[in-house]
Each structure stands twice: as C-alpha cells, then as structure tokens.
Design a protein. Sequence first.
Length: 177
Amino acid sequence: MAGPRAKLIELTPRQEELLTRLCRRQTSPQQQVRRVQVILKASSGMTNKLIAQELGLARITVRDWRGRWVKAADGLAELEGQGEDKAVLAAIEAVLSDAYRSGTPATFSAEQVVQIVALACEAPTLSERPISHWTPKELAAEAVKRGIVQSISPQSVERFLKGSRAKATSVTLLADQ
C-alpha cells in the first residue's frame, strides 16, 4: 500500500542555480549541503524513499525538509521577484537551517550557583561539619540544610565547582633569576 503523495517541489531557474551554488560552495556546512541535495532531488521528481536511500537519510527527514521548502516556496518566490540574489540566498539558507530549540530550563539560578561556590570557600568547621575539606556530597547536604536549594546532587555541585575554577596559564609569568 502506497503512502501519501510527496509534496511537489517546483524550483525556478534562479532558485535551482542558487541551490546548486550553495551545494558546491566549499564553506557550506555538510548538513546544509544534504538539505540542498534533498530539495534538488525532490524537484527532479524523485520520491522520498529514493532520496533517502541515495543520501543515506531517514525517509521522515526527507519528508520534513521537503515540507519546509514547500511552506517557504511562496515567500521565496515573492522575494525573488523583488530583487537581488543575496537576499534570496539568505532566505534559502534560513529555510534550510535548523529550527530554534530552547532546551530545558535551568534547574538552578545563577544566584544559587554563586551561593554554593561561596559555601565551598568557607571552612567546613563553620558549618559544624566534622571534616577538614568539603566533598561534593557534604556541600550538597549543606546547601539543602541552609535552604539555598531544595535538593541537589553531588554531581551538580561538582560540576559547578569545576566550571568556576580559574585556569592557570601555561606560560611562566615570573622572571628567571
């Protein structure tokens, strides 16, 4: 049983020339080159399955990029009618670029991280801890006890401390005598 028909891509000669230029440009990222190849092959009438096989991509990836191009086609055609290649090329690159991904929100605020680092600078005896040096586990427990955070893993504490270490220069700064 055949799936839904792939969306038809019709490129203007100018768009095809700009896409070919992008594909051949030595400074183009390989991700972008793959996406350009998808669009060029789709415009020649190839199916998503054949394009995926030929380029070593997943069929859903081919479908997604074909769909993004079709959505942007009217805007690209309008921009193409207005003028210069530079603007059209920039718009094509924007269509072929990754969508923004926000990622997960930060678990700890910058203020909490600073407070944990400051806690690590204090002597453990001031917190009535029977240790001579802080460990990530002890720091995590003390941060929770003081109400800096509700909960935190020793690994997170260790990551904060590693990230705040001053980097030493590899060049000797003192004069030889």
